[in-house]
Write a protein that binds this ligand. Sequence first.
Ligand code: ACO
Length: 355
Amino acid sequence: MDTGLEHIVAAETVLSDVDGEKGRLVIRGWPVETLSASLAFEDVAHLLWSGFFEDLPDARELGARLGPAREQAFATMIEPESALDTVGALRFGWATLDDQETLETAIQVAASGPVFTAAAIRRAAGLDPVAPDPGLSTSADFLWMISGKMPTPDAVRALDAYLATVCDHGLNASTFAARVVASTRAGLTSAAIAGLSALKGPLHGGAPGPVLDMLDDIGVPENAERWIDDALARGERLMGFGHRVYRARDPRADALKAAINRLPDTAGRLDFAEHIESEVLHRLAKKYPQRALETNVEFYTALLLEALNIPRHAFTAVFACARVLGWIAHACEQIEEGRLVRPKSVYRGPMPEAA
Ligand code: ACO
């Protein structure tokens, strides 16, 4: 038995390879650092979906279809009746979409993520949603719908870098959840909702908001040592550190750090964060000398999204807007594989005669 399934190989994939020993991530042949520095959301969608839809157009045409799909999502968006958190609002929005195994469904799901997320951010701030501008790129429009202000090219590049960096990552928990649902032939929207539901947990994609809470709580560098020691003494997990697969540094952390460095006015915050990072790493190494616990993607995700003025309650939903490209590709790959995922369990309960 292997309860965390870490020694089980449950899929063959052409999508991404996570080498935890070397700290290397390859996405369809691209090292993540190169992908992060060069591709926009639309290119990443094309890269991940190539080979899975017979009617997939070229990258430019695919990008051109995302804008009108955002418009459609906005025009047909249903306002949730009760107050939902950002992930809840995204899940609610996706649940209203068609649920086929087609390119059309894939486009609707991917294009509507930023629309539902931006609307939820604005509702939480007591503001009306802003309509998308289909002529903008996805990242530019995402920032426009959040703030109602035209973003700078630097900000658009930084968001593209983030979305590209986290678009796919092997058989992580949310991707596995998406593949299990896809294997039942439930549809691509259902697979995306399953992925989102797994992603929201604090041990997976729910960590970056709490990273900022930690930095705020520490406040000044002089408090770091005591704060970290106290948290570890209470048995708490420090958000943004550790990983199931990486035994070396998560390469996405540095890809994101490079993107933050390209943004103006981030040097002071980065210095502080780097100080906390090194204090945490030092203490984790002391507490767990046998276990390489390194910085993971969520630490610098938090700083990058903060620099883009995205509120921390929305970080997980923004993550999902990128990872959904991978969930869809994996769902298609699982459908092609054609096998229902159905592992076994060992029964430890009473037998009728004993009961
Ligand atoms: N802070 C403190 N202690 C930690 C941390 C951490 N961040 N990570 C692991 N540990 C401890 C564990 O509690 C465990 O201690 P124990 O043996 O005394 O119980 C020991 O280190 C070994 O843990 P692992 O086996 O490496 O942990 P696992 O593989 O189960 O968990 C996980 C990986 C969930 C990511 C963990 O490191 C963690 O909780 N990190 C904080 C949350 C986080 O940053 N999540 C985002 C991950 S990236 C992503 O999913 C997008």
